[in-house]
Write a protein that binds this ligand. Structure first.
Ligand code: ZN
Length: 502
């Protein structure tokens, strides 16, 4: 089988090289590119992306893929070669179904929508953004038609979470809604139980970043194969196996931003650094899906980083870093402060308990729009009604309501919100399994020993890259399908204790 796979890998490697160059240019745009460099940069990126797309969808690749399929027929499903052929087939067929005119229209529509959204949000005027949302909705429908679906257009847009269906997500969200909405009401009634004032003050940026660097190095993020730079939006971007970068942002007035942002991104970073290097320069050198990626960042940020054992280890160091600010706070007070639950209007500021309700709202609205049950001009009212119903808060303006997220400015932006909830749910499932298999995990964390945790994730999740779909991966890692039960049990236990709910 050698020759066919080698020839396929050569072309995929060229695609991979073009994509690597794009990623580095994108990282540069988000970090150090001087203002004067932006106008030309868009063109370079568009050329590189078009070349990569043309090569990946070419007749040449089709023929190489067919030859490789015959060569690996009947071989081990889990092997790198068989997985490479299987995943490349899935991506290649989908990309070929979306006509390049549509790809071009989507890029243009996104470019036009972005400044309109900025202006609309600035003026809190939904009317200014509505025509662009309508265009992006129409393009999303056409894209769904091109990819193909049976009854729910959202199924087609869920291609980034292969194997997942809209119905399956609806069941998970129904489970979450039934548990969280009443929990949030009970917590809100006892909001005086937690004081988070110690998190606000004057925290010098340099000291914050040095502390975050110490923490994530100990977690296992390798600075010899990565770096962390300041940026407006925190993100992780894997350039290649030896270069997986993070960004972070700092508020000198609010400590949690850099701290939990950094831990979150390091979870993504350790995933990227843990993918088997043999998968580089192929479509398999990636996380299994955005949802599985998010399971790693949220596991580290929330289940580890907002946990008692973690702070029993780190609080002394944090206090020594900020003696004036935190000298009078004890570890229990700090633990409670970082876990304060507060129903709020803005998704990116939401706490662990309420976050999934923000996603549920967007998931429902997108489905209603795609299926014609809701019109674009009805979005703000529908948004506000759901906020009131789920979280008990109502936006005073569209800027803090339907105009808050950037996602709908992208014509490919519909269908991606559920990945955040998949991340929360899967992260808790993995953690429940890890706690069973490593019974002294909490003691190890309290002792500052994070190697067993990273070792488990590396072996069961990271090294496989994109070889398996989310459900194939979960089946192999913990022998279970996706299930919201462990996440619900975790928040009920943790926040029930913090808020003294019986
Ligand atoms: Zn993330």
């Amino acid at each position: 089988m050698g020759a066919e796979i080698t020839r396929l890998r050569e072309v995929l490697g060229e695609v991979g090289d073009l994509e690597e160059a794009s990623r580095l240019l994108e990282w540069d745009m988000e970090t150090y590119l001087p203002a004067g460099g932006f106008s030309g940069r868009g063109q370079v990126l568009s050329t590189l992306n078009r070349r990569a797309h043309d090569l990946f969808t070419s007749e040449r690749l089709s023929r190489l893929l067919e030859a490789a399929e015959s060569a690996v027929a009947g071989l081990d499903f889990e092997s790198d070669d068989v997985s490479l052929v299987r995943v490349t087939r899935r991506d290649h067929d989908r990309e070929r179904r979306v006509p390049s005119e549509l790809v071009g229209e989507m890029a243009e529509a996104s470019a036009a929508a972005s400044p309109a959204w900025r202006e609309a949000r600035g003026k809190s005027d939904f009317e200014l953004f509505a025509p662009h949302l309508q265009t992006n909705l129409d393009l999303s429908r056409r894209r769904a038609e091109a990819i193909g679906f049976e009854s729910r257009p959202f199924d087609a847009l869920l291609f980034t979470e292969p194997g997942m269906t809209t119905t399956q997500l609806e069941e998970i969200f129904a489970q979450l809604k039934a548990a969280i909405v009443p929990l949030v009401r009970r917590i809100a009634a006892r909001s005086d139980q937690v004081d988070d004032s110690c998190l606000y003050g004057d925290f010098p940026a340099r000291r914050q970043l040095d502390f975050v660097k110490r923490v994530i190095t100990r977690l296992g993020y390798d600075f010899e194969r990565g770096r962390m730079d300041p940026a407006a939006h925190p993100f992780m971007i894997g350039i290649n196996p030896g270069d997986v970068r993070l960004t972070n942002r700092v508020s000198t007035e609010f400590l949690p931003m850099s701290l939990f942002g950094g831990i979150h991104e390091s979870g993504h970073g350790m995933y990227g650094q843990g993918i088997a290097p043999e998968l580089a320069r192929t479509p398999l050198w990636e996380g299994a899906s955005p949802g599985i990626h998010e399971s790693q960042s949220r596991l580290y940020e929330n289940l580890v980083g907002r946990g008692r054992p973690f702070w029993n280890h780190w609080f002394g160091d944090l206090q020594a870093t900020f003696p004036e600010q935190l000298g009078k706070v004890d570890v229990e007070g700090f633990y409670r402060a970082i876990n304060k639950v507060h129903p709020s209007l803005i998704r990116v500021e939401a706490d662990e308990v309420t976050y999934n309700l923000h996603i549920l709202l967007r998931f429902e609205l997108e489905n209603e729009l795609l299926e014609g049950r809701l019109q674009v001009d009805e979005v703000p009212a529908a948004w506000n009604a759901k906020m009131e119903e789920y979280l008990g808060v109502e936006p005073r303006s569209h800027a803090e309501g339907a105009l808050q997220d950037m996602h709908w400015t992208f014509s490919g932006g519909m269908g991606i919100f559920p990945s955040y909830t998949i991340g929360n749910v899967v992260g808790a499932q993995l953690m429940a399994a890890i706690e069973t298999e490593i019974p002294d995990l909490a003691d190890r964390i309290e002792a500052g020993d994070f190697a067993p945790l990273l070792g488990w994730l590396g072996e069961r999740v990271h090294r496989h890259g994109r070889k398996f779909t989310p459900s194939e991966l979960l089946e192999r890692a913990i022998g279970q399908p996706m299930d919201a039960g462990p996440w619900i049990a975790y928040v009920e236990r943790k926040f029930g204790e913090i808020y003294g709910l019986s």
